[in-house]
Write a protein that binds this ligand. Structure first.
Ligand code: AR6
Length: 305
């Protein structure tokens, strides 16, 4: 069962570059910057276990719960969340609304409604609607004094948005938001919380294109490499923090390798509602120990969910 993760246990891009889990991209997008590498995080875990200020739910227009991450959030938050959602009068696709977190470890839940891919693509609206979900959620977090926000991979489950396209859009919009006015100062951490390997892969591909490592990060990578080669050197407190995350991730990866139970990839609770459903996780979150950092060791790469 996944345990509660505090901010300290969620690695930033800076840490991931130092650990060499994240590798620099061959080419970057125009305007790429490492300025936010201490703010942006990526993790693969159950979002209901994150002790952050706000988590972002991939809801539907009714806001009255559903399957996927929405179902997991409602189950973990308890009945009171539904009671508050009933007062909100639904939510348009591309918009977002905020509630308390109730029994969740986070303070607030931001409910946003992502686009149904194949329906909105017909009208060329899929990208702008997904961008709007990220922008509105970030605005709501900032307006409500939330300093840390964790996004689920909006629309990539039942709503069928291809993971690669969704990750590029999400990362691009977050960067644009951070680059606007003084908005970057309003949030300390923005976490991309994935659940499926396909989404994690997409983020690992796109994050380095928007947020490349710094020169300093490269220097740290070399110092870790030197340590691994037995060349001891005085460790800074930052190095110690990286070492701590590294050993935690190694334990988790080891647990994962021992785990024989496969994730039940049966259809979501909404299969009756939508045709051509993509492969979405429906296992009760926490029933299986998803690895928080599959990227730690390549010997797990063939271990598909
Ligand atoms: N923690 C983090 N991510 C999760 C979790 C979890 N516990 N469970 C699933 N995901 P989906 P959508 C990921 O289908 O595509 C609901 O029924 C999942 O792997 O939850 O926006 C709503 O009520 C995927 O990457 O949301 C709507 O009707 C991501 O969450 C509809 O589904 C989103 O998958 C919304 O569809």
């Amino acid at each position: 069962m996944a345990s509660i993760k505090t901010l300290k246990e969620i690695p930033t891009l800076t840490s991931l570059y130092k650990l060499k889990h994240l590798t620099p991209a061959a080419s970057t997008v125009s305007g790429a910057s490492s300025a936010y590498n201490d703010k942006i995080c990526v993790i693969r875990t159950d979002i209901t276990k994150l002790e952050v200020d706000a988590i972002v739910n991939a809801a539907n227009e009714s806001l009255l719960g559903g399957g996927g991450v929405d179902g997991a959030i409602h189950r973990a938050a308890g009945e009171e969340l539904l009671r508050e959602c009933e007062t909100l009068d639904g939510c348009d696709t591309g918009d977002a609304k905020i509630t308390d977190g109730y029994e969740l470890p986070c303070k607030k839940v931001i409910h946003t409604v992502g686009p149904v891919y194949w329906r909105t693509k017909k009208h060329g609206k899929h990208t702008s609607l997904l961008q709007s979900c990220y922008r509105r959620s970030l605005d709501l977090a900032a307006e409500n004094d939330c300093k840390s926000i964790a996004f689920s991979a909006l629309s990539t489950g039942v709503y069928g948005y291809p993971s690669n396209e969704a990750a590029a859009t999400a990362i691009g919009e977050v960067k644009k938001w951070l680059d606007t006015d003084e908005k970057a100062d309003k949030l300390d951490r923005i976490i991309f919380c994935n659940f499926m390997e396909k989404d994690e892969d997409a983020y690992y591909e796109w994050l380095p294109k928007y947020f490349p490592p710094t020169q300093d990060g490269e220097k740290h990578s070399k110092s870790i490499e030197a340590k691994e080669n037995g060349q001891e050197e005085e460790g800074t407190s930052e190095d110690k923090m990286v070492d701590k995350i590294k050993s935690e991730l190694e334990v988790e990866a080891e647990d994962q390798s021992k785990q024989t139970e496969a994730v039940d990839a049966s259809k979501s609770e909404e299969t009756g509602q939508m045709a051509e459903l993509p492969d979405v996780p429906t296992t009760e979150p926490g029933e299986h120990g998803l690895p928080e950092a599959k990227k730690l060791k390549t010997d797990h790469d063939d271990q598909k969910l």
